[in-house]
Design a protein around this ligand. Structure first.
Ligand code: ADE
Ligand code: ZN
Length: 316
């Protein structure tokens, strides 16, 4: 089993249906339309995002978030992971009634509990939600910049890529960059190659969340390879959400062949009936990757992690 590291997982999207059902019972919420046969029910990107918001709304107290982070990271460690970055969303916490400060404190406690039990290292990437609007994304960046929490290492943007333009978010990303945070942005998932090019031009990330639709433009693929931009690939998510019809059609091997730096990630694992170990295994089977190639994904993830230099050296 190769050692693993994950750069791209949304913490609310990592809540298992069992944990969501237990939270729903606690808060007297009817989840019968959302959880069926042990899995989440949704049918396209829009309904996925709506389901995600409902699940996020079931985590309301510090204890809930401690449990969520500990639960996910401990399972990741059992899958052979030594390092993980969690996308965390202060907007979702606020909507659920918790302050951003309390949310971060609770997640950090869960991360430390998982580390004490399993040794897994982790950091947070504060994430603005694109379809919540420019103001909200800037507020998330300002929060990340002033927080100075030692486990916050980066800033990113997720959400509906079909809403707004990358250019609209320049200020948010400048705020985060000036605070010394690592920068990543979702692009090239529901937007085409132009979205990836715009992210690189305007937001200057060192990593792209997904980025896989860069494959539509060979010059852009070359640029990504030449500039060493790291792609946070989430093949299982892409197939579940219909970005590509099957794993055999996924561009990961073509991007790798073209010299792009690629990592493997689970995105929102239970929503897509996957896991980090499942991603390593599925790509091994579909593309015939050997142990060396699989280990190179982990190596690239550690190299591209937003963690401090000393901790990175201990991971390598
Ligand atoms: N938020 C959670 N999962 C996401 C995805 N796959 N794309 C964009 N935003 C997300
Ligand atoms: Zn994502």
């Amino acid at each position: 089993m190769p050692i693993k590291a994950e750069l791209h997982c949304h913490i609310e999207g990592a809540a298992s249906p069992d944990l969501a059902v237990s939270q729903a019972r606690k808060y007297n919420v009817d989840l019968s339309a959302l959880v069926r046969d042990g899995g989440y029910v949704w049918h396209d990107f829009t309904s996925f995002l709506a389901a995600y918001d409902v699940v996020a709304g079931l985590f309301r107290s510090e204890d809930d978030y401690v449990r969520l982070a500990d639960h996910y990271l401990s399972s990741l460690a059992r899958d052979g992971a030594i390092y993980a970055e969690l996308f965390v969303s202060p907007d979702h916490a606020r909507k659920a009634g918790l302050s951003p400060e309390a949310y971060i404190r609770a997640l950090a406690e869960g991360m430390q509990r998982a580390a004490a039990k399993t040794g897994i290292e982790s950091r947070m990437v504060v994430t603005g939600v694109r379809h919540f609007g420019v103001e909200a994304v800037e507020a998330a960046a300002r929060f990340a910049a002033r927080s100075r929490h030692p486990l916050i290492a980066g800033f990113g943007m997720a959400g509906d890529e079909r809403v707004g333009d990358m250019e609209d978010f320049v200020r948010a990303f400048e705020i985060a960059r000036e605070a010394g945070l690592g920068i990543t942005v979702h692009a090239g998932e529901f937007g085409g190659w132009e979205s990836v090019a715009a992210a690189l031009d305007h937001l200057r990330p060192s990593r792209i969340g997904h980025g896989v639709r860069a494959v539509e433009n060979t010059d852009l693929v070359k640029r990504i390879a030449d500039e060493g931009v790291v792609l946070e690939c989430c093949p299982g998510s892409n197939i579940a959400l219909g970005v590509f019809p099957s794993l055999a059609d996924h561009p990961l091997p073509r991007l790798l062949q073209a010299g792009c730096r690629v990592t493997l990630n689970s995105d929102d694992p239970p929503f897509f009936r996957t896991s980090l170990a499942g991603e390593y295994e599925a790509t091994r089977r579909a593309f015939g990757f050997d142990e060396r190639t699989l280990t190179s994904f982990t190596q690239t993830a550690v190299e591209a992690a937003f963690v401090d230099r000393k901790t990175r050296a201990q991971l390598l």
